[in-house]
Design a protein around this ligand. Structure first.
Ligand code: IPD
Ligand code: CA
Ligand code: CA
Length: 258
């Protein structure tokens, strides 16, 4: 299953790179939420590879509707994570593919085709960047930490838009970034390139693969209270573990989603 997931991610990455920087048809799903023909082309490639090998498995993917058959296997797919970046020619985006087996994510693959970096993890077997095992950073203080986050698509309409948390972390941490691809943010925590990451109102396809990479790399993943993380939930807090409690304290001061 790992090999097929990687094959699907690499094939989708090829599609993304072939079309990157070309004129695209861009549609609006919402006020600031975009979708391009390439999101769909990438998803088609992934789904046909997964379906070709595992015709009975279920698929939950961002762009298409797939009938749920009640299989114990469910693939969770974001064919292009970082669409806004992609549509602007800003080279920061990924393909994210996870496998959930009876409600537990057992496999996660996040592929950055621009840098050709493939982050992957299997439950209980560690996390890897290409062939090399990765682990989270050893930064022990929030004040020395580099963090990342993102802002939800309803940010102009909802007051629960993460702006307050961003200001608080900007004060408390060494620096905060808003790279624009949640799956890569999580993979970067796993690789020790970021010390922590938080975001709200994400979808399961944004986080399913990346959260496994964080935990298999020795990091911690939770909601904003430090409780059990749920890929179908609304809060995501990931860190190297050492700064987790300090991040929880900062998050107490801002607005939380329902
Ligand atoms: C988005 C990216 C972004 C995050 C958004 C996501 P998309 O995914 O992961 O970093 O802040 O909330 O929706 O729409 O580019 O697949
Ligand atoms: Ca996404
Ligand atoms: Ca997407």
């Amino acid at each position: 299953m790992k090999d097929i997931a990687i094959e699907a991610a690499l094939s989708a990455g090829k599609v993304l790179m072939q079309r990157f920087g070309t004129a695209l048809t861009v549609e609006h799903k919402g006020d600031v939420d975009l979708v391009t023909e390439v999101d769909r082309a990438s998803e088609d490639v992934i789904v046909s590879i997964l379906r070709g090998t595992f015709p009975r498995h279920d698929i939950l993917a961002e762009e298409g509707q797939y009938v749920d058959s009640g299989s114990r296997y469910r693939w969770i797919v974001d064919p292009l994570d970082g669409t806004t970046n992609y549509a602007h020619g800003f080279p920061w985006f990924a393909v994210s593919i996870a496998l959930e087996v009876e409600n537990e994510v057992t496999l996660g693959v996040v592929y950055n085709p621009f840098s050709r970096e493939l982050f992957w993890a299997e439950k209980g077997k560690g996390a890897f960047l290409n062939d090399v095992q990765i682990s989270v950073s050893r930064t022990g203080r929030l004040g020395d930490s580099l963090l990342a986050t993102g802002f939800p698509y309803d940010r102009k309409k909802s007051a629960v838009n993460n702006y307050d948390h961003f200001v608080h972390f900007q004060q408390a941490a060494q620096a905060c970034r808003r790279p624009g691809s949640a799956s890569l943010d999580l993979a970067y925590v796993g690789a020790g390139r970021l010390d922590g990451y938080w975001e709200m109102k994400l979808k399961p396809w944004d986080v399913a693969a990346g959260q496994l990479i964080v935990s298999e790399a020795g990091g911690r993943i939770s909601d904003f209270d430090g409780d059990l993380f749920d890929i179908y939930g609304v809060e995501c807090l990931a860190s190297n573990g050492r700064i987790h409690q300090e991040m929880i304290e900062v998050l107490k001061a801002g607005k939380r989603p329902e």
